[in-house]
Design a protein around this ligand. Structure first.
Ligand SMILES: NC(=O)C1=CN([C@@H]2O[C@H](COP(=O)(O)OP(=O)(O)OC[C@H]3O[C@@H](n4cnc5c(N)ncnc54)[C@H](OP(=O)(O)O)[C@@H]3O)[C@@H](O)[C@H]2O)C=CC1
Ligand SMILES: CC(=O)[C@@H](O)[C@H](O)COP(=O)(O)O
Ligand SMILES: [Mn+2]
Length: 381
């Protein structure tokens, strides 16, 4: 029985993870949950899964949840509460499915505690990749990717040696605006961004897909997870989201992982690896209906997010943390309808240009870069 702690249990990934656990109760159990504000949903999860420890990072939500649960469940509060949760409960694996750089400290703490990580929270690896990978190495902790592209690459690499790998081909849907002319980009609305062509996800990542910053973040995530330089990581548009990513080997052959877009597959594989179990109700690819798969090259003029992410990734140090934090702030300003779609690109580019890069070898340096970038973007709003 693998005991799993879920950070971000009330979100898109967190809820799907709970459904995976419920479908395989002989193999998996949930030992603790953490969320931010949605305490009523957390209360339902606690009752359904008989959970005895939880955390709400919003203090009012934590107080409300504790009041609701009484002695049935101990509820920790605040960002520090997530660390207290990990002092109280030793899980076999922690699913990091909270959104944003708020994931950095709990991920590092889980690693310090020797708990394996199922990593959905890509922002943590973008901002603090060097720290996280070094800590995991020092502690002998496994980081198993949940992000669909990285889960695909992880599967393609099974049994292969590093020297056999030529490059990684990360697929992208292209998002909802892939076919739209650049001249219309400044008019793109929030509502038009929140309808993703192939996936149902939380709001922040859905906007990231629309700007293609998601793919930029994923390139940096892949660099850290698979130890490859940026000139050996390529992005390929695959609009059907059937090919989840590919690996090209030194003999020029390519392995790909395919499946219908359903996040329960990579979530479950991260839990069950190296075993595979059925995913209940998962749709198989219908080859008769599918008939063809399309591929396109990304357009850096329309989506400057990609060259910006490569620039930040190659420069390294604190620049990826700045790219990530500036993007988070710009996305939430766009969602509040305070800025236009194209301002997301220009705000992130300005922050990346203005930042004086420092080594990202301490948590304090990463947090300072994150703080600086958020303040920089706020000043420009
Ligand atoms: N959704 C998807 O299919 C995919 C998501 N990912 C990545 O997984 C992560 C989660 O995405 P997704 O599930 O879509 O996001 P959601 O917005 O659906 O869920 C976010 C979760 O994080 C919690 N949360 C929000 N802010 C904080 C905070 N400051 N501290 C602690 N917890 C917080 C939320 O709590 P509450 O709701 O209670 O406020 C919620 O449980 C992201 O990093 C995303 O990039 C990667 C691949 C695919
Ligand atoms: C499901 C998943 O892993 C997302 O990161 C997805 O890839 C987003 O779609 P885009 O390819 O449009 O960014
Ligand atoms: Mn992805």
């Amino acid at each position: 029985m693998k005991r799993i702690m879920i950070l971000g249990s009330t979100g898109s990934i967190g809820r799907q993870a709970l459904s995976v656990i419920a479908a395989h109760e002989q193999q998996f159990s949930v030992c603790a949950v953490a969320a931010h504000t949605h305490w009523q949903e957390a209360a339902m999860q606690i009752r359904q899964y008989h959970i005895r420890f939880a955390c709400m990072t919003n203090a009012a939500a934590a107080a409300a949840l504790q009041q609701e649960m009484g002695r049935q469940c101990t509820v920790f509060s605040g960002t520090a509460g997530m660390l207290q949760l990990m002092d109280a409960v030793q899980a076999d694996m922690v699913l990091t499915s909270l959104v944003g750089a708020a994931g950095i400290e709990p991920t590092l703490y889980a690693i310090q505690k020797g708990m394996d990580i199922a990593l959905a929270n890509k922002e943590t690896l973008v901002a603090a990749g060097e720290l996280v990978m070094q800590a995991a190495k020092d502690k002998g902790v496994h980081i198993v990717p949940v992000d669909s592209e990285h889960g695909a690459i992880f599967q393609c690499l099974q049994g292969r040696r590093a020297e056999e790998v030529d490059s990684l081909l990360i697929t992208a849907s292209g998002g909802p605006h892939f076919h739209r002319p650049a001249s219309e980009f400044s008019k793109i609305t929030v509502e038009e961004c929140l309808t993703h062509p192939t996936w149902h996800m939380g709001k922040k990542i859905t906007v990231d897909s629309a700007t293609m910053f998601n793919k930029g973040l994923e390139v940096i995530e892949a660099h850290w997870l698979f130890h490859l330089p940026f000139d050996r990581i390529e992005v390929v548009i695959q609009p059907q989201s059937i090919i989840h990513s590919m690996v090209q080997f030194v003999d020029s052959s390519v392995l790909a992982q395919l499946g219908m877009p359903d996040m329960r597959l990579p979530i479950q594989y991260a839990f069950s690896y190296p075993a595979r179990f059925p995913v209940s109700g998962a749709k198989k690819i219908s080859w008769k209906e599918l008939r063809h798969l399309d591929f396109f090259a990304p357009c850096p003029e329309k989506f400057p997010s990609l060259p910006l992410a490569y620039e930040a990734g190659k420069a390294g140090g604190t620049l990826p943390a700045v790219l990530n934090a500036a993007n988070e702030e710009a996305v939430y300003a766009f969602l509040r309808k305070e800025i236009s779609f194209t301002r997301i690109f220009s705000l992130v580019a300005a922050a990346v240009d203005a930042h004086h890069v420092q080594p990202a070898t301490s948590l304090a340096a990463v947090r300072e870069a994150d703080r600086w970038a958020r303040a920089y973007v706020h000043d420009k709003l």
